[in-house]
Design a protein around this ligand. Sequence first.
Ligand SMILES: C[S@@+](CC[C@H](N)C(=O)[O-])C[C@H]1O[C@@H](n2cnc3c(N)ncnc32)[C@H](O)[C@@H]1O
Length: 275
Amino acid sequence: MYKHTNDAQLADLRAAVLASSRYRTVCPQLVEVLGKQELAKRRNLKEAIKATKNKLHQIGGAYLDLTLAENSALSLATLREAVHADDHIALRAACRQLMSYHASTRERLPILDEFYTRIFAELGPVHSVLDLACGLNPLALPWMPLAPTCMYYAYDIYQQITDLLDSWLQLIGNKGSAHLCDIVQACPTHAVDVALLLKTLPCLEQIDKQSGPQLLSTLQAGLLVVSFPVHSLGGRSKGMSSYYEEHFRTLVEETPWHVRRRLEFATELVFILAR
Ligand SMILES: C[S@@+](CC[C@H](N)C(=O)[O-])C[C@H]1O[C@@H](n2cnc3c(N)ncnc32)[C@H](O)[C@@H]1O
């Protein structure tokens, strides 16, 4: 009886969250995990729905500009035009425009010219990349010094993002793909040269405190690039990067990885890890 009520409540919560315009395309398995946690903590269904939406806001919704949905089709058409015309300038301009619809890539735009040049200079030849909790970062591919044959795999919790990115990868002839996935519940395990985990560990730890070490122990990557923001979304920065760095270095000790290189950028702190 008790279980039946719980299952029914969880189904109601899931339906209510997925019916809201902000979370319509979010990964249903993640809604269920967060919903279960909140139903166990809150007094009633209404409170649990509100708390689940708050959590989703903190880990993803706060970053995503609602106008992305309206602009995706138009932006894809612009990208397509630029690819067919082999116009690199127009292509980069369209990618920049699209990346501005996600707070995380928007913040990276001013450092984009140096960001991937400096990171990939440390990595050696790269034939495959896993971009975990990618946001719109795969649109930075034109800035990455990668061979056209490099396979790029991207994962996020928003279907609207992964659909757009899958079309983008096909458009540029990349043999990789983009997938809807809660990487805390289902960490991708196929072998790649490099996995990117950019500005994401603090979000994942809000779902499950152990997600960092678990993810790092499960990934089958030759090298790992992990980064942290230097400022909060609200612009505050006091002590943030030193807090993240200290916490991260302790976390790495529980895993098979060690920090090989540390790179500082104006808005981001990057660690390159090897086994
Ligand atoms: C701070 S943003 C970073 C985005 C991107 N890595 C970058 O650096 O531009 C965090 C991203 O993690 C995604 N995300 C949050 N929880 C996730 C999960 N459990 N599985 C996959 N992606 C997740 C969010 O949708 C959001 O795009």
